[in-house]
Design a binder for this molecule. Structure first.
Ligand code: ATP
Ligand code: MG
Length: 427
């Protein structure tokens, strides 16, 4: 981090030496005042994008239409954006046009919240025309300027308000909150991907419970293009379950999402469609859905060693590990499992907490390509190649994983011959 700040200061110095103004701005300034971890550094400058690209040897034109150039220095990426204002917001969304402006304060004025509208010069002087520091110190989230206007310019800011309030444990200032409630319908104009991205940061953040509560109180999710239905009464029962804020025990964002969907009693066959509707990135979609499938599969059996190991083969090691992490996180509270539709006896629950990880480690091989035999080696066992080859390999893998068969070519081949014979008899 120190190095990153040093490199960013260097970028600012270079811009200043060329006669331009340049400042740290936005999230970095906010997080520095709060002594929080810093993720990335944004710089705002009077230099035009073309100037920035002339001055630095390694740049990427990441958002020229918004005045943004990424400057790459020593493997760090800094977004350098020209002072600008925005105008002619289209339909509560992104501005149609940006205008470059000559001074910093005009640039800060277009930013969403007072705590995000501060700049820091390279000597460490804070430029804070809208009282962001004072608001931060009193834990207040407040729009820059007239909240009604700011939310109607860009409705995504309402989601951001809730996300930041949850993350930084802030009270939303009354005028800002009233405007949010008044304009909540405008969120329907915002692309679902952008809403989901904010939601995802919220779920991955410091206090998802609070964020969800604010979503419920504002009814904001009732007006998004696609809804995530969280019913007030259900939620308060869940989130206060024995006073436990379950999210605190779980770090992984995918597991947090899974948990939320399980708490909302969403069925596995509705999951895919819901995630698609909410425009989740595919990878996330897949891993959440797989955890659901694995839970259902296990629910139909028992949670004993053999099924647990089979689940690894069927759904992948990560999925089963995720389920384990998740069970571990609620180790003190067996009664939660019912809420999450796990059909697991208390004895199984305890057994898995004790032995589950050991069982996972005990599996010799977890993937077909680790078998000491290849598809080619068995393709001649029947007259025609086909899906049967994969089925045989799956069977071999399962038996090896369950320690019923050694992973040796000779033995695998013999067993494959047996399996194929069985198949032929059944045909
Ligand atoms: P984090 O990166 O931790 O989510 P951030 O404040 O850096 O927080 P970004 O989305 O990276 O958030 O935006 C950088 C800055 O750009 C913000 O601090 C804010 O000043 C401004 N900004 C971002 N989105 C908007 C918006 N929709 N309306 C007005 N200003 C915005
Ligand atoms: Mg940022």
């Amino acid at each position: 981090i120190k190095l990153m700040v040093k490199e960013a200061s260097e970028v600012i110095h270079i811009l200043e030496k060329q006669g331009y103004e340049a400042y740290f701005v936005g999230g970095y300034v906010r997080d520095k005042l709060l002594n929080r971890n810093i993720k990335d550094i944004d710089i705002t400058t009077s230099a035009y994008p073309s100037n920035v690209m002339d001055i630095f040897t390694h740049t990427v034109p990441t958002g020229l239409q918004h005045g943004t150039v990424t400057v790459v220095k020593e493997n760090y990426h800094f977004e350098v954006t020209t002072f600008r204002t925005e105008s002619q917001y289209e339909d509560f969304r992104r501005p149609k046009e940006v205008q470059f402006v000559g001074n910093l304060v005009d640039d800060l004025e277009r930013r969403d919240f007072t705590m995000n509208a501060m700049a820091l010069d390279v000597k460490g002087t804070l430029i804070d025309p809208f009282g962001g520091k004072k608001d931060l110190n009193s834990n207040i989230l407040k729009c820059v300027g007239d909240p009604k206007l700011r939310f109607s310019e860009d409705a995504l800011r309402m989601m951001r308000a809730i996300r930041f309030a949850a993350e930084y444990d802030l009270q939303i200032e009354k005028g800002t909150w009233d405007a949010l409630v008044l304009h909540r319908q405008a969120i329907k104009h915002v692309a679902m991907e952008r809403v989901t991205a904010e939601l995802d940061k919220m779920i991955d953040g410091a206090d998802p419970n609070r964020g969800i509560q604010l979503l419920i109180d504002s009814e904001l999710m009732e007006y998004t293009k696609e809804h995530l239905q969280i019913h007030k009464r259900n939620w308060s029962a869940l989130s206060n379950h024995r006073g436990l804020n379950i999210f605190q025990y779980i770090e992984d964002a995918n597991i947090r999402w899974t948990l939320l969907f399980m708490m909302l009693k969403i069925e596995t066959d509705q999951m895919k469609a819901l995630l698609k509707k909410l425009k989740f990135p595919n990878k996330k979609n897949l891993s959440i859905h797989t955890i659901f499938q694995a839970r259902d599969w296990l629910n139909e059996r028992t949670y004993l060693e053999i099924n647990w190991k089979q689940a690894v083969i069927l759904y992948g090691e990560d999925t089963v590990k995720n389920i384990y992490t998740f069970l571990e996180s609620i180790a003190d509270d067996y009664s939660l499992l019912e809420l999450l539709s796990f059909k697991m006896s208390k004895a199984d629950f305890e057994q898995i907490l004790q032995k589950g990880l050991g069982w996972l480690e005990d599996i010799q091989i977890k993937k077909i390509n680790e078998l000491a035999i290849k598809g080619n080696d068995i393709s001649s066992l029947k007259t025609e190649p086909g899906p049967w080859i994969r089925a045989v390999l799956d069977q071999l893998l399962t038996e090896v994983a369950l320690n019923q068969l050694a992973n040796k070519h000779e033995e695998l081949l013999n067993r494959a011959i047996q399996i194929v014979r069985g198949m032929n008899e059944n045909e």
